[in-house]
Design a protein around this ligand. Sequence first.
Ligand SMILES: Nc1ncnc2c1ncn2[C@@H]1O[C@H](COP(=O)(O)OP(=O)(O)OP(=O)(O)O)[C@@H](O)[C@H]1O
Length: 246
Amino acid sequence: MRALTVENVVKSYGGPIVLDGVSLAIDPGKILGIIGPNGSGKTTLFSVISGAFTPSSGKIFLAGRDVTALGASARAIAGIGRTFQVPQTFSHMSVYENVLVAAEFAAGLKGREGEEAAFQALKVCGLESRGNLVAGTLPLLDRKRLELARALATKPSVLLLDEIAGGLTDDEAADVARIIKALAASGIAVIWIEHLVHVLTHAADELAVLGEGRIIAQGEPHETMRTPKVRQIYLGMEPDIDDLDQ
Ligand SMILES: Nc1ncnc2c1ncn2[C@@H]1O[C@H](COP(=O)(O)OP(=O)(O)OP(=O)(O)O)[C@@H](O)[C@H]1O
């Protein structure tokens, strides 16, 4: 069964249409990369999947169950985890407290179950020795790891990553990509928005390109980057499309 199916989703915020009939699906254990120019609707797509916004029409299925009518909290509990473009960490709290709060309040994991989920999430993200540090003092790479750990502590079956590698060096981005691949290998379905195309062409099983609210290309990442429509968009922005294979 597909981990998540997005069926013909249309979204407008009251003005122009931002998502114009988007359909996609992902299996457990796979990584689907999403790219697209600024304003093409990537973050809106995540908001509609996570339940922050209701689609104007269309449906969202989580493991075959129609969750379109559920709000964000119910979807988090049902198994949809999310990181944000701007990290949502509480800077004055410790690293461990940040992750525990996510487990307890976002996913409803109480007592030992919450503590265990928080500890495991820190461990997988390489932060187990930094649990007592104040979150606001962490360097960027660790703040990204913490954002990932917070999403992971909700024990998601589907994980939505919004520019988790943004601002990182190539080596740091590779480090985060390694963690994400391990998460996928454990059975989590990962949908990953990123402006750094080369990070996704290396890490994703499949790539979907959004343009003006529609999926204009989708498939094996390198093939997808070579399609004429995608080349047109990324010409000049990604001068090294032909080097992405290397
Ligand atoms: N809460 C909102 N209310 C009204 N319009 C919005 C809202 N959020 C996004 N939009 C508009 O929807 C369009 C798509 O925005 P969205 O943030 O989804 O695109 P994006 O592809 O994620 O862009 P970026 O790469 O810049 O983050 C834009 O025109 C944006 O101004």
